[in-house]
Design a protein around this ligand. Structure first.
Ligand SMILES: Cc1cc2nc3c(=O)[nH]c(=O)nc-3n(C[C@H](O)[C@H](O)[C@H](O)COP(=O)(O)OP(=O)(O)OC[C@H]3O[C@@H](n4cnc5c(N)ncnc54)[C@H](O)[C@@H]3O)c2cc1C
Length: 366
């Protein structure tokens, strides 16, 4: 009997490659026109918090058993990716809160596709497969599901591959799965608002990462940012999503413009937004009274990268029913498996790697 894998992104390719190593016959179905999913578009930093306590403090609503698996199994997973030949471009994350490495996304994709074997592009997995790994990458690409669970105040910018539209979630629910915690949460970035052009190869460099150094106003001129804004700014981006038009203005002063974040100054990010056709105004053009002098006002929209909620799995990546019993032969990994980073932010690539491999091991053992 073949193990079918839905999705040739991080989780699906890791599941398939591991399953083949363990002697299973594997078919990977990829709905899009290329393998790699959002992994290929990503910065490709695969990371974890230092320990379970730190993970729990950062993501207090997440499932502790799943968080423990990420902490316990990530380093092995990274070593395995290296052993397959994936190119590492940084040996650390550059963030003192976390440990991990940065892979080169094209190399990682190519290496995993080779190891996964039978990868069928333009294909969807048979819904009734007896052994099926759901790795379709979350539901950010489906406007209806986003409206139902996240209820944004306007259209979010989909900052992800275009094909992750909740197929795994729907299929699992049809088979009796239960939802995880965190269904209203997502990881994302503030991006230049329309009319800016934000093609997928600009998802990384057009991100506006300086909400903590800005006065943040909604389109009606009201302040609303969380106090304090978290280091990842996930909470701010979620808050922007709920404002009118899912938009905000970031107002920056001269001092803020020189602040460096992830190797770029705020000025660089503002100029990138302007060059992409985004609205960068003089603050007095907003028509609101301001508490201090600002140099620029940049219009941003909440960009959704992946959904934090999904189907509930156990620590063996088995999809669970409401009673907590596993659905036979059905596994989920990556963004399809929810409730790991609820209340905060954690590496999506890390949980995709860890639970992709675990899904393969559970299938092989069964
Ligand atoms: C710009 C950007 C930067 C990022 N940077 C980082 C980072 O530095 N670190 C980090 O940890 N995370 C990062 N991420 C997030 C990371 O890419 C995701 O968390 C990760 O790819 C999730 O893995 P996945 O396998 O669930 O989804 P994906 O890798 O997106 O793969 C899902 C695949 O499923 C396919 N699919 C969808 N529906 C079906 C179907 N019905 N049948 C078959 N196939 C289907 C999709 O086409 C896609 O190929 C970033 C993402 C983006 C977009």
């Amino acid at each position: 009997m073949s193990l079918h894998v839905a999705g040739a992104g991080m989780a699906g390719l890791c599941a398939a490659a591991r399953a083949r190593e363990l002697g299973l016959d594997v078919v990977v179905h990829e709905k899009g026109d290329r393998p790699g999913g959002s992994m290929l578009l990503s910065s490709c930093v695969v990371w974890r918090y230092h320990d379970v306590d730190a993970f729990r403090a950062e993501c207090p609503g997440g499932d502790p058993e799943l968080q423990k698996q990420v902490i316990d199994r990530l380093d092995d997973g990274i070593a395995w990716l290296r052993s397959l030949g994936a190119e590492v471009v940084w040996e650390e994350t550059g963030n003192p809160r976390t440990v991990g490495v940065r892979f080169e996304p094209r190399s990682l994709t190519d290496v995993l596709v080779r190891a996964a074997g039978d990868v069928r592009v333009g294909s969807t997995a048979p819904a009734d497969a007896e052994q099926l790994v759901l790795a379709t990458g979350g539901f950010q690409g489906d406007r209806e599901l986003v409206r139902e669970h996240i209820a944004p105040g306007g259209e979010l910018l989909v900052r992800a591959n275009p094909w992750s539209a909740g197929d795994g979630l729907r299929l699992a629910l049809e088979r009796g799965a239960v939802l995880s915690s965190g269904m209203a949460e997502f990881y994302g970035r503030a991006m230049p608002a329309p009319p800016a052009a934000v093609p997928e190869d600009r998802f990384v460099d057009l991100a506006q990462l300086y909400g903590r150094h800005a006065l943040v106003l909604d389109d009606a001129g009201h302040e609303f940012a969380p106090e304090p804004i978290s280091w990842s700014e996930t909470d701010l981006v979620q808050a922007i999503a709920h404002r009118p038009n899912a938009s905000a203005w970031y107002l920056v002063d001269e001092d803020a413009l020189e602040v460096e974040i992830r190797g770029r100054t705020v000025r660089d990010m503002v100029e990138a937004a302007r060059a992409a056709g985004g609205e960068v105004l003089l603050p007095n053009e907003l028509g609101v009274e301001l508490p201090a002098a600002y140099t620029y006002a940049v219009h941003v929209v909440a960009g959704i990268t992946y959904t934090i909620g999904g189907v509930r799995i156990d620590s063996q990546a088995r999809v669970l029913r409401a009673e907590g019993t596993p659905i036979e032969g059905l596994y989920a990994a990556g963004a399809d498996a929810g409730g790991i980073a609820t209340g905060g932010y954690a590496s999506g690539l890390a949980s995709a790697l860890v639970f992709g491999r675990i899904a393969a091991e559970t299938a092989a053992a069964g």
